[in-house]
Design a protein around this ligand. Structure first.
Ligand code: PMP
Length: 426
């Protein structure tokens, strides 16, 4: 079919009539389809079940003799650090193991800077204003941390190769109240974009006016490939060292979407100086995290090869789901010039842009036919998408048949909302 912009009034009316029939047929089915969050599906979780079958005697003693059943070891077992060091391509001296959630580590890092400052700087909470750069669309929970702690958010446009670096460079060099920047550099949430080498180099070479400026590099999807030709992400810690910015970045990751969300292990990587600063307050926060779970993960995955092998099995389940979504989007929306979307090589999301000022209506219409989508606007600071057009599709959780129906309803909703807009203008 032609672009909707070229349809006559009559053609648009016919189109709306046909779409409404399809829409109502779905509505009568009283479906309840949840597409809100990027969770692994139950088959993915099944694949890791044996991690819980490792006999307790094999989990008791770490390589250095530590009794994992007892207190001790503040920042992680050496073998857990080695596993993350390999995964994040850093030295094990640059790794701290956390608890079960990288988001928790990120929250702690921001809250710590607010209450205590960073490496001797004034605590951010004592300053008049604190701002973060937020490449958007981005991860809603990053933005929620800023909102809760009263940090002003500045939206930065996302391009196909990462954030708009001209704006980032200008802002951080001029304004010392800009203290941080959120980045999901690989298979970004929600765009599925991997930052180019040039963008990584430009981030590493920033000259921030604030000496306690930190890049929050959330590498949540570092091994979550959907293709045999994975995207390559340049190493930010190495690039920062090359630019004399050793302390400028905090890297975060976890096994949440490798083993079990909520029962995996999280880690942070940064310069030794940064980590020593963090240990000073971490030692007051906790006596140590769950070493039994750390050892369980090490025994099960062994090394990066083990993780990669496991992630190939995940991809064998997820790739067909992403393919189905793409096929339906293409079939329903292709050529109509009413939506554009990304075809990521990994991660958990497909990000779709409708025409301007349509996303909220699409969300509402989909909901009335039984499909719950991630809230339109959620991918922007303060939940406000200035163009009201971005919708995050999370295809991983629903079974294939449900996914097909959900995406079809979603597409019909986009077509209906768009056709009605064009009819209003005709
Ligand atoms: N970062 C990003 C970009 C994510 O998409 C998610 C999960 N949705 C998380 C962090 C949460 O990770 P964790 O379970 O380790 O807290």
């Amino acid at each position: 079919m032609n672009s909707y912009s070229k349809l006559s009034k009559n053609e648009l009316q016919n189109e709306i009539e046909k779409l409404e029939k399809r829409y109502n047929a779905f509505k009568e089915q009283k479906l309840k389809l949840d597409m809100t969050r990027g969770k692994p599906c139950s088959e993915q979780l099944d694949m890791c079940m044996e991690i819980l079958d490792i006999p307790s005697r094999e989990l008791r003693k770490a390589a250095d003799g530590t009794d994992t059943f007892n207190y001790g070891v503040l920042d992680g077992l050496p073998e857990a650090k080695e596993l993350f060091a390999e995964m994040l391509d850093v030295d094990k001296s640059e790794v701290i193991i956390g608890g079960n959630s990288s988001l928790n580590l990120m929250y702690d890092a921001v809250a710590r800077a607010m209450s205590l400052g960073i490496l001797g700087s004034t605590p951010w909470s004592k300053l008049d204003r604190v701002k973060f750069l937020c490449p958007s669309p981005g991860y809603d929970r990053h933005f929620a941390i800023c909102e809760l702690l009263g940090i002003e958010m500045i939206t930065i446009d996302m391009r196909q190769d990462g954030p708009d670096m001209d704006t980032v460079e200008k802002l951080v060099s001029e304004d010392d109240s800009i203290k941080g920047m959120w980045c999901v550099p690989k298979y970004s949430n929600p765009d599925g974009i991997t930052y180019s080498d040039r963008v990584v180099d430009r981030i590493a070479a920033l000259r921030p006016k604030a000496k306690d400026f930190r890049v929050f590099w959330d590498n949540a999807y570092c091994v979550h490939h959907l293709s045999d030709k994975p995207d390559e992400l340049k190493n930010i810690l190495t690039a920062c060292k090359a630019s004399g910015n050793d302390n400028m970045v905090y890297v975060f990751s976890s096994t949440s979407k490798i083993s079990f969300p909520g029962a995996g292990i999280a880690a942070m990587a940064a310069s030794v100086e940064n980590l020593n600063g963090i240990r000073k307050s971490m030692t007051i926060q906790t006596i140590g995290h769950d070493k039994i779970n750390q050892l369980r993960h090490v025994r099960y995955f062994k090394n990066l090869d083990g993780i990669n092998l496991h992630m190939k099995k995940h991809a064998s389940i997820l790739k067909p789901k992403f393919d189905i979504v793409n096929e339906i989007l293409e079939k329903e929306l292709g050529g109509k010039e009413i939506a554009s979307w990304n075809k990521p090589n990994g991660g958990y999301f497909i990000s779709l842009n409708t025409l301007n000022n349509c996303a909220k209506e699409v969300e509402k219409l989909s909901l009335e036919a039984g499909v719950v989508l991630t809230k339109a606007g959620a991918t922007y600071p303060y939940g406000k998408d200035p163009k009201d057009r971005n919708i995050r599709i999370a295809p991983t959780l629903p079974p294939v048949e449900e996914l097909k129906k959900a995406i079809e309803i979603f597409c019909i909703s986009i077509r209906l909302v768009s056709a009605k807009k064009f009819l209003e203008m005709a």
